[in-house]
Design a binder for this molecule. Structure first.
Ligand SMILES: O=C(O)[C@@H](O)[C@H](O)[C@H](O)CO
Ligand SMILES: [Mg+2]
Length: 403
């Protein structure tokens, strides 16, 4: 069996998605998600110019060999563009292998470790009261876990909170990056009040999460972790940027609030020190950005040795292809923690028909052979690419510098 052709499909049914399709000489095909929010076309060029020509004629069943061929063959190791491109190939090849076996992907990985996977949704609001209403709406929909992000008095707009009341939070900006003004002191004073209000209204059982979006220093994050301890967070996410991994060691000395990190990681080596030192509790690397199933499986295995569980990134800026593959992975992986879930728009769901489903705060994996997600290429053509970016923060005096 040979890879006969492969190509990328760029579509924007509400936001941009990049999909790689690999077709074998026997007619079986697989698809992989290659979406890198705000840098989409860099991955398209990487795939089209460098990866696809090297795939033609190879045996699609040799997933492990192709992974190492692409990783080592690039010479320039790691990086989000490279690893997203490799991930898309890997996801498509696992899709093909599972289709050839006539099995849903989770069966190839080792079968079910659980019947359903818990997800968390996003509640955001301009202020505490409107945020609590959004939490209530999620609870009514059956969610057992909710990420809670509210506006802060004195900060005009905050990344992570919906720009318009009642609309879902959209991570990307149209066109070029917007700039936000950030006040660490106002934020740190406000977050404990938000979680006090959440516990007061919803009681002890609801799992609550919070994302800091890399905006604090280690000692500031330590203070926040301590301050929210009474409210028993499921996790505190990306409380500091993770390039300085020892920063997590400092945070750890001060708080028992569980820590999650890794949505911007693209390899095992970004997570290795954090895991081996038991400085984190949840690893958020995604299949799409960290080299696909073949590589994320290695991260999960290392994590399992140190009691670190998975909590994969699952925003709207990853396509249903990634979500579908992730639900199979989550159903199998022994050290599963939770899965993030931001529902896609109806337009996106129509372009990417899929068989995973949401039920009572969980995802239920499908039984279709492969990862269970397809793409309607005719429909995809109706939504041309639009440039998008992620915003930046400045401190109140205009300073952009912030590790
Ligand atoms: O809030 C989150 O963790 C996500 O919205 C990420 O910021 C986004 O997916 C980046 O592309
Ligand atoms: Mg995040």
């Amino acid at each position: 069996m040979k890879i006969e052709h492969a190509y990328t499909i760029v579509t924007s049914p509400g936001r941009n998605f990049v999909t790689l399709k690999i077709v074998t000489d026997e007619g079986t095909y697989g698809i992989g998600d290659a979406t890198l929010n705000g840098r989409e076309m860099a991955v398209v060029a990487y795939l089209e110019e460098h990866v696809i020509p090297a795939l033609i004629g190879r045996d699609p069943q040799r997933i492990e060999d192709i992974w190492h061929y692409l990783y080592r063959g690039a010479y320039w190791r790691r990086g989000p563009v490279t690893m997203s491109a490799i991930a898309a190939v890997d996801m498509a090849l696992w899709d093909i292998k599972a289709k050839l076996a006539g099995m849903p992907l989770y069966q190839l990985l080792g079968g079910k470790s659980r019947d359903r996977v818990m997800v968390y949704g996003h509640a955001t609001g301009r202020d505490i009261e409107s945020c609590l209403e959004e939490v209530a709406r999620h609870v009514e929909q059956g969610y057992k876990a909710v990420r809670v992000q509210a506006g802060v008095p004195g900060i005009a707009s905050i990344y992570g909170v919906a720009k318009k009341e009642g609309e879902p939070y959209e991570p990307a900006d149209a066109d070029l990056p917007t700039e936000h003004v950030w006040s660490t002191s106002k934020y740190l004073n406000h977050v404990p009040k938000l979680f006090a209000a959440v516990r007061e209204r919803f009681g002890d059982d609801l799992h609550v999460l919070h994302d800091v979006h890399h905006r604090l220093t280690p000692i500031e994050a330590a203070r926040l972790g301590k301050a929210v301890e009474p409210y028993n967070l499921f996790w505190l996410e990306d409380c500091v940027p993770a390039e300085n991994q020892e920063g997590f060691g400092l945070i750890r000395q001060h708080t028992t609030t569980p820590l999650a990190v890794g949505e911007v990681f693209n390899s095992l080596f970004d997570a290795k020190t954090l895991i081996e030192n038991q400085w984190i509790d949840y690893i958020r690397a995604t299949l799409t950005h960290a080299g696909g199933i073949t590589h994320v499986r290695r991260i999960a295995d290392l994590a399992g040795l140190y009691h670190v569980r998975t909590g994969f990134h699952g925003p709207t800026d990853l396509s249903p292809v990634c979500m579908g593959a992730a639900v199979h992975f989550d159903t199998w992986v022994p050290n599963f923690g939770i899965q993030e879930y931001m529902p896609h728009t109806d337009e996106t769901n129509a372009v990417f028909p899929h068989d995973y489903r949401f039920e009572a705060g969980h995802f239920i994996v499908g039984e279709t052979p492969g990862h269970g997600v397809d793409i309607d290429e005719m429909l995809a053509k109706q939504y041309p690419y639009k440039r998008a970016s992620l915003p930046v923060n400045r401190l109140e005096d205009g300073t952009l510098w912030h590790w």
